[in-house]
Write a protein that binds this ligand. Structure first.
Ligand code: ADP
Ligand code: MG
Length: 386
C-alpha cells in the first residue's frame, strides 16, 4: 500500500507539476458467496481485498475538474458545472461520472471547487476483481471529503452505482461498491440487495491460518453478455409465473410448487437462486457460530448449483474447483458472472502451494491455458491515506 501511495503522489506531481493535497484509496473485491442473487433482490457476501486504487487530489479555484490515470495518456478536463452523463466517455466516465452523480446526491455542482485528480491502481483491470468499484469508491470518498458533502458510505456506494449505470452505461448492481466502501479487515460485507442494508461479518481466516486463492482461468466467453441476459430473463419469468415480485420472495419450501408450475429449465434457474440465497444466510450463520472451516461445503454446493442448475460454468472453472477441492482446499467455487473468469478456493496456508501446483498441473494436462493464481486477503474498505 505504501508503494501505491508514493506512486500516486509521484504520478500526480508529474502530471500536474504541483503537489497533491491528499490521497484516498479503495479496494477491489471478491464475492465469497451469493452469485446471480443481486438482481433477484437477494443476498451477497463479498469482501474487500488487498488490491487498491488510489487517487491523489488537489483543489483548483477555477471550477475545472481534471482527471488523469497511470493507465491513460493525458488528463481529461471538464468544468464541474458542465458535467453530464453524455459529456463523459471512456475510462474517465468512471471518475467524472462519480463527480456528476454526487450532484444527484446533493453536491451543488455550480458552486463546488474544481480539482485535479490522479489515479493509480494495483487492482487488475477487467479481471473480475472490480477495479471499476475501486476507482468509483476512491473518487467518491475523495470528493465527498474535499467538497464537504458529509454523505455516508452506503450513500457513496449508490453514487458509484449511479455513475456506472448512467455515465459508463453498465447495468450493474451495488455489491461491488458496498464491498469497497464498507469492507473490514478479515471480514465480509453481508448485503441485502433489496433493502440495501448491510452488516460486517467476521471471517476469522487470519486466526485459523486460512487463505483465499483466486484462480483466474483467463477464459473470456464470447457469449457472456447474452448468457447473462438470458439468465436474468429466466429469473424474471420464474418470479412472474410464481406470482412474486422477485425470486428473493421464495424459500426452499416453495421449490416443490415451483417444479410443478415451471418448465424444467426455468425451474433449475429458479432453484439456483433460491438455494443460493439460503447458502448465503447459512454461510453467515456458520461463520458466526462455527468458524470458517464450516463454510467449505456451502462453497462447494454453490459451485455445483451454478454448474448444474444455472449452467454458467465452463470446463476450466470446473477443473479449477475440482482440483482445488481434491488437493486440500476447504471449499471452492467459481465466482462472478460465469462463462469464464475466476474461481476461488479457501485453503489452509500450508496447502497453498500444493493446491497451486495441482491446479497448474491439471490445466496443463487438459491443454488449458496457464491460469493465474494468487492469494487475496480480506481487507479494509476505502480510506483517506494521507
Ligand atoms: P472490473 O471491474 O472487473 O475490473 P470493468 O470492466 O467493470 O472490470 O471495469 C474496468 C474499467 O474501469 C477499465 O476498463 C477502465 O475504464 C476503468 N478503470 C478501472 N481502474 C482504472 C484506473 N486505475 N485508471 C483508469 N481507468 C480505470
Ligand atoms: Mg466492474
Amino acid at each position: 500500500m505504501s508503494d501505491l501511495r508514493e506512486d500516486v503522489r509521484a504520478g500526480f506531481a508529474a502530471a500536474y507539476g504541483r503537489e497533491a493535497e491528499g490521497v484516498w484509496s479503495a479496494p477491489g473485491r471478491v464475492n465469497l458467496i451469493g452469485e446471480h442473487t443481486d438482481y433477484n433482490e437477494g443476498f451477497v457476501l463479498p469482501f474487500a481485498i488487498d488490491r487498491r486504487t488510489a487517487v491523489a487530489l488537489a483543489l483548483r479555484d477555477d471550477g475545472v475538474l481534471r482527471v488523469a490515470s497511470a493507465i491513460a495518456d493525458a488528463p481529461v478536463e471538464i468544468p464541474v458545472a458542465e458535467l453530464a452523463p453524455e459529456r463523459v466517455s471512456d475510462w474517465s466516465a468512471y471518475p467524472l461520472g462519480v463527480a456528476w452523480a454526487l450532484g444527484r446526491f446533493g453536491a451543488d455542482l455550480a458552486a463546488v471547487p474544481g480539482a485535479d485528480l490522479y489515479i493509480d491502481s494495483d487492482v487488475p483491470l477487467g479481471a473480475g476483481l472490480s477495479s471499476s468499484a475501486a476507482i468509483e469508491s476512491s473518487v467518491a470518498l475523495a470528493l465527498n471529503d474535499v467538497w464537504r458533502l458529509d454523505l455516508d458510505r452506503p450513500a457513496l456506494a449508490r453514487v458509484g452505482r449511479l455513475a456506472e449505470n448512467e455515465a459508463v452505461g453498465a447495468p450493474t448492481g451495488i455489491m461491488d461498491q458496498s464491498a469497497s466502501l464498507l469492507g473490514r479487515r478479515d471480514a465480509a460485507v453481508f448485503l441485502d440487495c433489496r433493502s440495501l442494508e448491510s452488516r460486517v461479518v467476521g471471517l476469522g481466516f487470519a486466526e485459523r491460518g486460512l487463505e483465499v486463492l483466486v484462480i483466474d482461468t483467463g477464459v473470456k466467453h464470447a457469449h457472456a453478455t447474452g448468457g447473462y441476459r438470458d439468465r436474468r430473463e429466466a429469473c424474471e419469468r420464474g418470479a412472474a409465473a410464481l406470482g412474486v415480485p422477485a425470486l428473493r420472495d421464495l424459500t426452499v419450501d416453495d421449490l416443490d410448487r415451483a417444479r410443478s408450475v415451471l418448465d424444467e429449465v426455468t425451474f433449475r434457474r429458479v432453484r439456483h437462486v433460491v438455494t443460493e440465497d439460503q447458502r448465503v444466510l447459512d454461510t453467515v450463520r456458520a461463520l458466526e457460530d462455527e468458524g470458517p472451516e464450516a463454510i467449505g461445503e456451502l462453497l462447494d454446493a454453490s459451485h455445483r448449483s451454478m454448474r448444474d442448475d444455472f449452467e454458467i460454468s465452463v470446463p476450466e472453472l470446473d477443473l479449477a474447483v475440482e482440483t482445488a477441492q481434491a488437493s486440500g482446499a476447504i471449499g471452492a467455487r467459481m465466482t462472478g458472472g460465469g462463462f469464464g473468469g475466476a474461481a476461488i478456493a479457501l485453503v489452509p496456508a500450508d496447502a497453498r502451494s500444493r493446491v497451486q501446483v495441482a491446479v497448474e498441473g491439471a490445466f496443463a494436462e487438459h491443454g488449458f491455458a496457464v491460469p493465474e493464481i494468487f492469494a487475496v486477503v480480506p481487507s479494509d474498505g476505502a480510506v483517506r491515506d494521507a
